[in-house]
Write a protein of this length. Structure first.
Length: 215
């Protein structure tokens, strides 16, 4: 299926890679195998998006080190660790660094497939959310400097009169700017404006009205 996620198996054990590949192929997944973390990094630029099944202990570059390197590259494909030498500190470190799951070898096909399905679903949801935020930021970038100021004040609950006073302009001009803000952001209500501001982090980066009054 074009565009379907690929399961990338990074494990230095060739027989284990082959066994996992058979299970995944039989379940309808496309699979790509790598005998080392370095090999995966070399192929990364042209690799299809998907989920990474990653062995913890490998020569030259281990699984945790590869996870760290991918984070440095801002590479966010979901990672499921597999290991026959698991310990609690290692699993905690992997999960804290963003791994979706930590499985002990050997695991059943059911457990593996469930982990992959969950990881891909979480990744898809996260990507949709990130894409939406990027879209909101692109729309906000179309605002003029004055429209951006009006937007920042309106989403904090400032009335047109208060905004006009703060910006040294007329209430009529503020109303015109608010109208343009709503058009450019493709929204129809104040609640939608606040939701967008919250999603892009604008509200958390501004002082609250209470703080303003106290200053």
């Amino acid at each position: 299926m074009p565009g379907a996620p690929v399961i990338h198996i990074v494990d230095d054990d060739a027989s284990y890679r082959a066994a996992i590949s058979r299970v995944l192929n039989a379940s309808g997944y496309e699979v790509a195998g790598y005998e080392s973390a370095i090999g995966f990094l070399r192929a990364l630029e042209n690799a299809k998006p998907g989920c990474i099944l990653l062995d913890v202990r490998m020569p030259d570059l281990g699984g945790l080190q590869l996870q760290e390197e991918l984070a440095n590259l801002s590479h966010r494909w979901p990672i499921i660790f597999m290991t026959g030498h698991g310990d609690i500190p290692t699993s905690v470190r992997a999960i804290k660094a963003g791994a979706e799951d930590f499985l002990s070898k050997p695991m059943s096909s059911e457990i593996l497939l469930e982990a992959i399905e969950s990881a891909l679903a979480h990744y898809a949801a996260t990507k949709r959310s990130q894409d939406q935020v990027s879209s909101f930021k692109s729309l906000i970038a179309t605002l003029t400097p004055r429209e951006a100021e009006v937007f920042a004040l309106m989403v904090r609950g400032k009335l047109n009169k208060q905004t006009a006073h703060a910006l040294g302009t007329s209430e009529r001009t503020v109303k015109a700017h608010r109208h343009m803000v709503m058009q450019k952001l493709r929204i129809q209500s104040f609640a939608e404006a606040v939701a967008i501001a919250e999603r892009v982090g604008l509200l958390t980066s501004l002082p609250s009205p209470d703080t303003e009054r106290a200053s």
